[in-house]
Design a binder for this molecule. Structure first.
Ligand code: SF4
Ligand code: SF4
Length: 142
């Protein structure tokens, strides 16, 4: 209904290529470390980044500190906004299953995965996808 305010945003860096953009929950949380007013913390249960909107001064430091520039300032209150996992019961998963797309599933964390690798800018993801699809020089890979 209001994509600009959604905590999971979809970008289309190139026509026809849609890239979801969301928090990867980095092990070292560069966003939290960068905040000058300690407005960011982690939820002990879900490990999601939680924003204290009262404390946030909209300085954007968390955005530049994030390798994927995932946080954004909400169009309504101009405060940092990050997916908070809906407290551990994500609405996106529920609605996807309800609509029978079944593209999303809630899975257990895999400790061996370096989550920071998934914190990427949409254009970087799109470039990699384009190379996978069409090859380095644009020729189609079979
Ligand atoms: S935008 Fe808000 S949450 Fe982000 S670093 Fe600045 S004060 Fe902290
Ligand atoms: S992906 Fe960005 S917002 Fe999420 S934990 Fe890492 S640095 Fe923070």
């Amino acid at each position: 209904m209001w994509p600009e305010a959604s905590r999971i945003r979809i970008f289309m860096p190139f026509p026809g290529l849609e890239v979801p953009h969301l928090c990867a929950q980095c092990d070292d949380y560069p966003c939290i470390k960068s905040c000058p007013v300690e407005a960011l913390s982690t939820d002990q249960g879900t490990k999601a980044v939680i924003v204290n909107r009262e404390k946030c001064i909209s300085c954007s430091k968390c955005i530049t500190a994030c390798p994927g520039h995932v946080p954004f300032l909400h169009p309504k209150d101009n405060k940092a906004t990050i997916c908070d996992f809906c407290g551990g019961d994500p609405e996106c998963v529920k609605v996807c299953v309800e609509a029978k797309y079944n593209a999303l599933t809630l899975v257990q964390e895999e400790p061996t995965v370096d989550r920071k690798l998934f914190a990427r800018k949409p254009v970087e993801v799109a470039k990699d996808l384009a190379v996978n699809l069409f090859g380095e020089k644009g020729e189609e890979v079979i």
